[in-house]
Design a binder for this molecule. Structure first.
Ligand code: NAD
Length: 253
């Protein structure tokens, strides 16, 4: 079960955190992995790790917010089967402390970046069908304090997932999203270091407790769900969002 043997997968942001875990798991399951990364050096390290384990991978240096960079890379990769729109950035602030530049930055990477990859991918996937997973967040589903721009961007991911799933049913393209609560990645460590210097452990514990299950998720746990959604075993699953949240959205009472 869950073999990706003979499949080609494109993963954005595969150089770190959740995207890295997805790249490692997909390669271990037999996929040829293509990582699109702003941080090409980080992507190269993941490629080396995959190759050492006997898998196949390559990195393509790209800023997904730039369509002019994204389109030629997808053409170069050629026919493929799986797209994981994972790359994303964070912003902390309510509406009043979200400057126009902050809003644009989050929009350009999280929303337009996903659109750019979908725009490049769909014409190729239409030939033989395929599977898409978009990385949303619980911020798309519930109100989170001080996440105005980030929530906006993940709500857009949620809605784009439904739209693409609907429009390409006849082309056998399945499109789903995953909505994680806090997952322990460099994204989280960077956030704590930047905003809570000197109180790192206290903040880590607080962020862990915000999931009713009492801890953060792991990148590998997100990767396991992404693997299922991109596998042939999930052939009946499309147009769905999957909260992966330690009880955050339904048990926080
Ligand atoms: P991360 O910061 O560890 O990794 C993100 C990767 O994306 C980095 O390697 C970065 O270089 C790359 N990237 C950023 N901007 C890019 C761009 N413009 N073009 C190409 N690559 C770019 O983050 P993570 O925690 O693994 O998060 C991955 C995804 O999961 C994001 O979309 C994030 O919003 C989402 N998410 C994370 C959490 C969490 O708690 N970590 C929770 C919910 C959702």
């Amino acid at each position: 079960m869950f073999s990706l043997s003979g499949k080609k997968a494109v993963i954005t942001g595969g150089g770190s955190g959740i995207g890295k875990a997805i790249a490692l798991v997909f390669a271990a399951q037999g996929a040829q992995v293509h990582i699109l990364e702003l941080n090409a050096a980080a992507g190269e390290q993941v490629v080396a790790e995959i190759q050492e384990a006997g898998g196949q991978a390559r990195v393509h240096s790209a800023d997904i917010s730039q369509q002019v960079q994204v389109l030629p890379i997808f053409n170069q990769i050629g026919p493929f089967d799986i797209l994981v729109n994972n790359a994303g950035i964070a912003h902390v602030g309510n509406l009043e402390n979200t400057a126009e530049a902050d809003f644009d930055r989050i929009y350009n990477v999280n929303v337009k970046g996903a659109y750019n990859c979908l725009y490049a991918a769909i014409p190729q996937l239409k030939a033989n069908g395929g599977a898409i997973v978009n990385m949303a967040s619980i911020a798309a589903l519930v109100g989170i304090t001080d996440r105005f721009a980030y929530s906006m961007s993940k709500g857009a991911i949620f809605a784009m997932t439904l739209s693409v799933a609907r429009d390409y049913l006849a082309h056998n393209i399945r499109c789903n999203s995953i909505s994680p609560a806090r997952v322990h990645t460099p994204f989280v460590d960077g956030f704590i270091a930047k905003h809570y210097a000197g109180q790192e452990q206290e903040m880590f514990n607080k962020l862990s407790r915000s999931q009713p299950i009492g801890r953060m998720g792991t990148p590998a746990e997100v990767a396991a769900l992404a693997l299922y959604l991109c596998s042939d075993e999930a052939g009946f699953v499309t147009g769905c969002d999957y909260p992966l949240d330690g009880g955050f959205t339904k048990l926080n009472n």
